[in-house]
Design a binder for this molecule. Structure first.
Ligand SMILES: Cc1cc2nc3c(=O)[nH]c(=O)nc-3n(C[C@H](O)[C@H](O)[C@H](O)COP(=O)(O)OP(=O)(O)OC[C@H]3O[C@@H](n4cnc5c(N)ncnc54)[C@H](O)[C@@H]3O)c2cc1C
Length: 388
C-alpha cells in the first residue's frame, strides 16, 4: 500500500482546511447551540465542489478518488464534524444508492442537483422497532395500479430540515425478509410525508434528525430504485462509503482532541507546574497520538483499497469504522479529563467532542455489529472478503 499523498490530494486538503477555518470555525459553536446548519454554508461548500465527493463527473460530481475524499472529510471534521457529515451524504447511501441502482432519469432528477447542493437528500433506513436488524423493517409497500402506496415510520433520520427527498425503504411482505424490501425516492413535499425532529439531542445537535412518517404516500413507479425486492441490496450497496466517511470524521475529531489537549496541558498550571509535565497527563496524550495514527492507517488503507477498484471490503470498513470511533471515544473522554471543569464549558470545543463521540460508535452500524462482522469473517462464519 502506497500512503504518500499526491500534490493534487494535498492541495484539495488545503482547500478544505481553508474553507473550514474561514467559513465553519466562526459558526460551529453557534450551530451546536441553535441545532441548525445554515443552508447558505452548504451552497458555499457546493460552489467549491466540496459536496461532490466520489460521484463521477457525468452526474455532476468530481469523481474524486477515495483517498482525496477521506482527506477532505477529515480536514472539515477537525473543525466541524457535522458539516463533514452533510458533505459525505452524496457519496454515502443517499447518493451512491441512486448511482448504483437508480435509473438515468433518477440520476438526472435527484443525484445531479444533490451533488451541486441545489436539492438535497437523506437516507431513511432505521425504524422505531428496527435499527441494527435492517431486514426487520415494518414499513409496508402495497402495489396500487402502476404505483405503490407506502405506510410506516422511519426513526433517527438525518437532514430532515434540508433534505428535499429521502432514499427510503419498505417491505411488500415482512415474511419475505430481505427479499421483500423495496427502495424508493420519496419527496418531502408529497402528500402523507411528515417530518418530526428530535429536539435538544445530546450530540450531533446541528444535524436535524428525527422521525420520517409515511402515511398512505403514493409513490409513482418511476421512483422505485432498482427492482422490487432489491431494496436490501440498495441499502447495503454503499456501506463501505458510509463507514469510510465516519472513520475519516472520527480521525478529524480525534486530531482536534489531541491538539486542544496538548495546548491546554502546556498552559494549565496546577501545583505550580504545567499539567503537561505530569506523567498521567502525558500517558493520555501518548494514547491519543498512537490511537490517531493507527486509526488513520486503517482508514486510509480502506480508502486505498477502494481506489484499487474493490467494490466490497466490508471487513476493512468495519475495522476502520469501529477502531477509529473507539479511539475517538477514548480520546474525547481523556480530553475532557485533561480540561477538568472547563470541559463542561461551551467556551471549549472539547465539550462538543465529548457529546458527539458516543454517537460515532452508534451510527453507520453500531460497534457491536462491526465486532461481530470482523469476528465472523475471522471464524469463517461469514464471507466478506474484498471482491471486485
Ligand atoms: C445522530 C444520529 C443520526 C442518525 N442518522 C440516521 C440516518 O440518517 N438514517 C438512518 O437510517 N438511521 C440513522 N440513525 C440511526 C442509526 O443508524 C441507528 O441508531 C443504528 O443503526 C443502531 O440502531 P438502534 O439505535 O435501533 O439500535 P438497536 O439495533 O436497537 O441496538 C441496541 C443495542 O443492541 C446492540 N445489539 C444489537 N444486535 C446485537 C447483537 N447481535 N449482539 C450484540 N449486541 C447487539 C447494538 O449494538 C446496540 O448497542 C442515526 C442515529 C443517530 C444517533
Amino acid at each position: 500500500m502506497d500512503l504518500s499523498f499526491s500534490q493534487e490530494q494535498l492541495s484539495l486538503a488545503r482547500t478544505a482546511r481553508d474553507f473550514a477555518e474561514r467559513e465553519l470555525a466562526p459558526r460551529v459553536q453557534q450551530n451546536d447551540e441553535q441545532e441548525h446548519v445554515p443552508r447558505e454554508l452548504i451552497a458555499r461548500a457546493a460552489a467549491l465542489g466540496l459536496m461532490e465527493g466520489v460521484i463521477p463527473e457525468e452526474y455532476g460530481g468530481s469523481g474524486l478518488d477515495y483517498v482525496s475524499f477521506t482527506l477532505i472529510i477529515e480536514e472539515i471534521a477537525k473543525v466541524d464534524q457535522i458539516f463533514a457529515t452533510l458533505m459525505s451524504f452524496p457519496s454515502g447511501l443517499a447518493g451512491a444508492g441512486i448511482l448504483r441502482f437508480g435509473s438515468d432519469e433518477q440520476k438526472r432528477r435527484y443525484l445531479v442537483p444533490f451533488v451541486r447542493g441545489e436539492r438535497l437528500g437523506g437516507a431513511g433506513v432505521t425504524e422505531p422497532g428496527s435499527g441494527t436488524d435492517v431486514a426487520a423493517m415494518r414499513t409496508t409497500v402495497t402495489r396500487d395500479g402502476g404505483d405503490y402506496v407506502v405506510n410506516g415510520a422511519k426513526a433517527w433520520i438525518s437532514n430532515l430540515d434540508h433534505a428535499d427527498w429521502f432514499l427510503t425503504f419498505g417491505t411488500l411482505d415482512p415474511s419475505l425478509g430481505r427479499r421483500g424490501i423495496c427502495a424508493f425516492i420519496i419527496e418531502k413535499e408529497w402528500p402523507g410525508v411528515e417530518v418530526h425532529p428530535v429536539k435538544n439531542k445530546t450530540g450531533f445537535r446541528p444535524i436535524v434528525t428525527g422521525e420520517l412518517r409515511l402515511n398512505d404516500v403514493r409513490v409513482p413507479r418511476e421512483n422505485l430504485v432498482g427492482k422490487e425486492g432489491e431494496g436490501f441490496a440498495v441499502a447495503m450497496c454503499a456501506v463501505e462509503n458510509g463507514r469510510l466517511a465516519v472513520a475519516a470524521r472520527a480521525c478529524g475529531v480525534t486530531a482536534s482532541c489531541l491538539a486542544e489537549s496538548s495546548r491546554y496541558a502546556r498552559e494549565r498550571i496546577v501545583f505550580e507546574r504545567p499539567i503537561a509535565e505530569y506523567q498521567l497527563i502525558q500517558s493520555k496524550i501518548a494514547d491519543m497520538v498512537v490511537g490517531l495514527e493507527t486509526a488513520r492507517a486503517l482508514t486510509y488503507r480502506l480508502a486505498w483499497l477502494k481506489d484499487q477498484g474493490l467494490e466490497r471490503c466490508r471487513k476493512e470498513s468495519s475495522m476502520a469504522k469501529m477502531y477509529a470511533t473507539d479511539v475517538l471515544m477514548r480520546s474525547a473522554t481523556d480530553a475532557a479529563q485533561i480540561f477538568g471543569a472547563y470541559s463542561a464549558s461551551p467556551e471549549y470545543p472539547v465539550s462538543r467532542y465529548f457529546r458527539d463521540a458516543k454517537f460515532f460508535q452508534i451510527v453507520e452500524g453500531t460497534n457491536e455489529l462491526h465486532r461481530l462482522l470482523i469476528a465472523e469473517e475471522e471464524l469463517g462464519l461469514r464471507q466478506t472478503r474484498p471482491t471486485r
